[in-house]
Design a protein around this ligand. Structure first.
Ligand code: ADP
Ligand code: MG
Ligand code: MG
Length: 244
């Protein structure tokens, strides 16, 4: 089933054109990897899919489950099953991982979940992801390592159970422990229905993740699409050779 269809998408921030006619289709259950040089527009793609208000759509369309979502708010998109991982940079004293996750679940579902029911679900997901039990009682980000911050992202994804999870791994994600956490988490959460759009610079990614498709994004457009071996070709040739 076609889940996401992006058709000739043009996006600007201020007076800068960033996405310049981007096309992409993702079916249910597929994992897509987007690679590209710094400044190509990868994070812009993630942000505009989620409805970040700073990014202006100048042309083209985004369809999610056949519906044009261009005018929907971030929250409306989350309710429809879109998820963009976001690493909360601040340390939040007094807010535990558990209460943070319960709040975000209520926000996305629009329902209050009983504490007991939530705790049961959280335990299931933490067991599945092999996250030690004491993790949920820690204050958000306080003293967290790179890998522990990623555990929160992956756990949030597990709890919100999106149809399409977009994971934008920034350059700072070169901490191998953090990378392993996120990709092993994705592999665990793959269920044949959920789709993943993983954005990365990291070309050793294939050691951890098996994508169905790899796309190369250069200067606001997808210039090449292939299978997993395309990532090896990039390592060999560099992005320069994919410019159009
Ligand atoms: P990537 O994630 O591929 O490194 P980005 O999508 O972050 O690229 O950025 C693409 C280009 O758009 C960059 O030149 C960046 O400076 C610019 N850009 C992105 N977001 C903003 C913003 N909020 N304000 C101004 N410029 C932005
Ligand atoms: Mg960048
Ligand atoms: Mg980026």
């Amino acid at each position: 089933d076609l889940l996401l269809k992006i058709d000739d998408l043009k996006v600007s921030v201020g007076d800068r054109n960033i996405l310049k006619g981007l096309n992409l289709e993702i079916n249910s259950g597929e994992t897509h990897l987007i690679m590209g040089p710094n400044g190509a527009g990868k994070s812009t793609l993630g942000n505009v899919l989620m409805g970040h208000p700073e990014y202006k759509i100048d042309g083209g369309n985004i369809y999610f489950q056949g519906e044009d979502i261009n005018k929907l708010s971030v929250n409306e998109r989350a309710k429809k099953g879109l998820f963009l991982s976001f690493q909360y940079p601040e340390e939040i004293h007094g807010v535990t991982v558990e209460s943070f996750l319960r709040t975000s679940k209520s926000a996305v579902t629009g329902k209050n979940i009983s504490i007991l029911k939530f705790q049961k679900e959280l335990k299931e997901k933490m067991d599945l992801l092999e996250i030690p039990e004491e993790y949920k009682d820690r204050y958000l980000n306080v003293g967290f390592s790179g890998g522990e911050k990623k555990k929160n992202e992956i756990l949030q994804m597990a709890i919100l159970n999106p149809k399409l999870a977009i994971l934008d791994e920034t350059d700072s994600g070169l901490d191998v422990d953090a990378i392993k956490t996120i990709y092993e988490g994705i592999n665990t959460l793959k269920d044949g229905k959920k789709s993943f759009l993983v954005i990365t610079h990291y070309n050793k990614i294939l050691d951890y993740l098996e994508p169905d498709y790899v796309h190369i994004l250069v200067d606001g457009k997808i210039v090449e699409t292939g299978k997993a071996d395309l990532a090896d070709k990039i390592e060999e040739l560099g992005y320069e050779n994919f410019k159009m």
